[in-house]
Design a protein around this ligand. Structure first.
Ligand SMILES: Cc1cc2nc3c(=O)[nH]c(=O)nc-3n(C[C@H](O)[C@H](O)[C@H](O)COP(=O)(O)OP(=O)(O)OC[C@H]3O[C@@H](n4cnc5c(N)ncnc54)[C@H](O)[C@@H]3O)c2cc1C
Length: 156
C-alpha cells in the first residue's frame, strides 16, 4: 500500500501529528501495541494547566487551548489545582506560586479541601481555579477518527 507519511507510535504525539498530516497526504501510523495510548498517553493525570512547562511549552499550551475547548465538542472540563509543600521546600513553592499564578491558602484550608493530607509535613498550599481536566481518551480517539476519515490507516 502506498503512503506519503509514516508515523511511528500511537500515543498523543503520533495520532495528533498523523491527523494533521492526513490532510496533506496518505498517512500510515504504526503502533507496536494492540491499542492506541497504552503507554504515557494512557497514564497521564490528564491535567491541562497553561502555565506548566518551559516558556516554549507555555506558548504552545496557550495556542492550543481554544482548540481543546471547542474542537469536536471540546475535551476540557474546568477544575481546581492545588500545590502543597513542606517547610523546607518554601523556595520552590514560592517559585511555583509565581509561575502558576497560585493564590496561597492556609494548611487548614488545604486539609478542608483534601482531608487525607497529613497535618505534620504540610506547611504551604497554593490554589488556582484556572486548570482543566483533559478527556485524554476522547482526544486520542478524535485524532484517530480524523486519520481514518481521510482514508489513512492505523496499524496496531
Ligand atoms: C504518570 C504520568 C502522568 C502524566 N500526567 C500528565 C498530565 O497531567 N498532563 C499532561 O499534559 N501530561 C501528563 N503526562 C505527560 C503525557 O502523558 C506525555 O507527555 C504524553 O502522553 C506523551 O505522548 P507520546 O505520544 O509522546 O508518548 P506515548 O503515549 O508513550 O506514545 C508512544 C507510543 O509509541 C509506541 N512505540 C514506541 N516505539 C515504537 C515502534 N518502534 N514502533 C511502533 N510503535 C512504537 C509506544 O507503544 C507508544 O504507544 C503524564 C505522564 C505520565 C507518565
Amino acid at each position: 500500500m502506498e503512503t506519503d507519511f509514516i508515523v511511528i507510535g500511537g500515543g498523543i504525539a503520533g495520532v495528533s501529528v498523523g491527523a494533521r498530516l492526513s490532510h496533506l497526504g496518505r498517512v500510515t501510523l504504526f503502533e507496536a501495541e494492540k491499542a492506541l495510548g497504552c503507554h504515557a498517553s494512557g497514564r497521564s493525570a490528564a491535567l491541562f494547566d497553561e502555565c506548566l512547562g518551559a516558556p516554549e511549552i507555555v506558548t504552545l499550551n496557550r495556542a492550543g487551548r481554544a482548540y481543546h475547548e471547542t474542537a469536536n465538542g471540546g475535551v476540557l472540563t474546568p477544575r481546581d489545582l492545588m500545590v502543597i509543600a513542606r517547610a523546607e521546600d518554601r523556595a520552590a513553592f514560592e517559585r511555583d506560586c509565581r509561575h502558576m499564578a497560585l493564590a496561597q491558602i492556609s494548611p487548614a484550608e488545604a486539609r478542608a479541601r483534601v482531608p487525607i493530607l497529613a497535618p505534620g509535613p504540610l506547611a504551604f498550599a497554593g490554589l488556582t481555579d484556572r486548570a482543566w481536566d483533559i478527556d485524554t481518551d476522547r482526544l486520542l480517539q478524535n485524532f484517530a477518527r480524523e486519520i481514518r476519515a481521510q482514508g489513512s490507516s492505523i496499524e496496531t
